[in-house]
Design a protein around this ligand. Structure first.
Ligand code: ADP
Length: 502
């Protein structure tokens, strides 16, 4: 089975968050199951620079009026999977991020950028760009690839099957209607029973409306997005498509996120030999200028600094967190006004709160290894990967019970009726008081080393590897493109992959 996996972020070529991790790890796991996976990514300069074995596969003097466009054929640097990069200088060759400039402003031509990207994906999958290649199935991800299923569904003749994965419903790719003529789509699709969303063009709605099957990244989020509270206005459409929507929990790539082998750590450690974690904590306190206080619980926060991640609530709670004895190490970037709130708290407690504004992948690894508690709250959370990584590093997560956080973290407080082993701490409401009470419970357990160690061991023993989720995706692919794949095992009666319609 030939699959074209279309994403606007793929680690290590381009990353702003979890989408990149998933877009690297899931194709790798599917390839290991025998699926012929090919990736497609916009040709951002850094992505082209770091891709391996590059050659030009096709070269257009002009593509859709955007000027020269080359399809670069390459391999991912770490996993060696085949990847094509859409090298269109006028749209992708610029400094800044995938969606925003260096000042954090959305690129004004995002609609044109990702429409062109989607047209390349559609034509490639149909066999119209390369002589000997077409796809049986196209797996598209989030709004930047949302137009692909629409273009394919509206085209003539045979087309590949389509799967669309919602990694975050809150990012919708909404654009003014007057851009529509520039996007190369038929007039018929711009209506409420197509990709129009209250008078605007919605790339996300296009993906949801036109693809054959929909997935999202946790079972709980699959149910939540059918409600007005989490549906971002798309709950009606999602309810209509509930039979085609399933939640498949994301995995963690333990080749990258494993303290036993992690190359970014000053010392490695494992479930059986945890001594190195102490060395990681001491080194981290030193690196960040925190007091060399082994006794203090070190609370780490690694996140986009946004409302979704309750950054406003976290910033306001920091002084109290310090007053109850914790140290805090914070890494993130995002909304400037929220970053400023973090800066104020860090200035007030220089030896108890360390702050790094920015995006630093190696530091994220060192924080997970050196921390005791990961603070990872959210107003909504499709899956969340950081808490999965934290558990493997013996850093117990404090999360709000929402979306994928519900599906992955089991409360440790006494009297919990959970039958699954406890792995962290959870709270219900998105407010500072509830979050602080939860943190107090975490700190109380931290002061009981034996009890702490037990939960830590349980967290480290969790297996959120990609094998199991990849089998679920494979079963989904096979339901759309029936053909035998030698190593595939069908997934039946599964507790953590379920249709939202159930
Ligand atoms: P989301 O995709 O909503 O941002 P996830 O928890 O699913 O949240 O994934 C976040 C990913 O991005 C993790 O790999 C995390 O380590 C990483 N990350 C987030 N912020 C930063 C940062 N400032 N520096 C380095 N890594 C970060």
């Amino acid at each position: 089975m030939r699959v074209l996996f279309v994403s606007s972020e793929i680690y290590p070529l381009a990353k702003t968050g979890g989408l990149a991790d998933v877009s690297a790890a899931l194709p790798k796991a599917l390839a290991a199951l025998g699926v012929d996976m090919h990736l497609l990514l916009p040709g951002y300069p850094k992505a082209i620079e770091s891709a391996a074995s590059k050659s030009v596969a096709v070269d257009f003097a002009d593509f859709m009026g955007a000027g020269p466009m080359r399809l670069i054929s390459a391999r991912t640097p770490d996993t060696g999977l085949p990847i094509w990069l859409v090298d269109c200088a006028s749209l992708f060759r610029r400094s800044g991020g995938p969606y925003q400039d260096e000042e954090g402003r959305d690129w004004l031509d995002n609609a044109q950028r990702f429409a062109l990207f989607s047209h390349v994906a559609a034509r490639l999958s149909l066999g119209q760009l390369l002589e000997n290649w077409h796809a049986d199935l196209v797996h598209t991800n989030d709004w930047p690839a949302g137009l692909v299923p629409a273009i394919l569904a509206e085209g003539q003749g045979q087309r590949p099957a389509t799967v669309f994965t919602i990694h975050n419903l809150a990012y919708q790719g909404l654009f003014p209607a007057d851009l529509y003529p520039q996007l190369g789509l038929p007039d018929a699709t711009f209506n409420p029973d197509g990709l129009e969303f209250y008078g605007k063009i919605s790339f996300l709605k296009a993906g949801i409306h036109y693809s054959d099957r929909l997935t999202t990244v946790s079972p709980t989020y699959a149910r939540e997005i059918l409600t007005a509270e989490y549906g971002c206005g798309l709950e009606g459409l999602l309810q209509r498509r509930a039979q085609d929507l399933i939640g498949i929990l994301n995995g963690a790539d333990y080749e990258i996120w494993d303290p036993t082998t992690d190359i970014h750590l000053p010392a490695n450690f494992s479930l059986r030999n945890i001594a190195g974690k102490r060395a990681c904590k001491t080194a981290l306190q030193k690196e960040l200028g925190l007091e060399a206080d082994w006794e203090a619980a070190l609370v780490v926060y690694i996140s986009r600094i946004t409302d979704q991640k309750m950054a406003d609530v976290v910033a306001a709670a920091l002084p109290e967190l310090v007053e109850i004895g914790a140290q805090c190490a914070l890494l993130g970037n995002g909304a400037r006004h929220l970053e400023e709130q973090f800066e104020l708290a860090a200035c007030r407690y220089p030896r108890r709160i360390a702050l790094r504004i920015g995006y630093e992948e190696p530091l994220a690894h060192r924080l997970l290894a050196g921390g005791d508690i990961l603070l990872h709250p959210a107003r909504f959370e499709p899956c969340g990967l950081t808490q999965l990584y934290a558990m493997r590093y013996g850093t117990l997560p404090v999360v709000r019970s929402t979306g994928g956080l519900c599906d992955t973290v089991v409360e440790a407080s006494d009297g919990s009726l959970n039958r699954r082993p406890a792995t962290g701490f959870t709270f219900e409401s998105a407010n500072g008081a509830d979050m602080l009470r939860c943190l107090e419970r975490a700190l109380a357990l931290y002061r009981q080393p034996l009890a702490w160690r037990k939960v830590q061991r349980q967290a480290m023993a969790q297996d959120f590897g990609w094998e199991d989720p990849a089998r679920r995706y494979l079963a989904l692919y096979q339901s759309l493109v029936p053909q035998p794949v030698a190593t595939a095992k069908a997934v039946a009666n599964d507790p953590i992959s379920e249709s939202a319609a159930q």
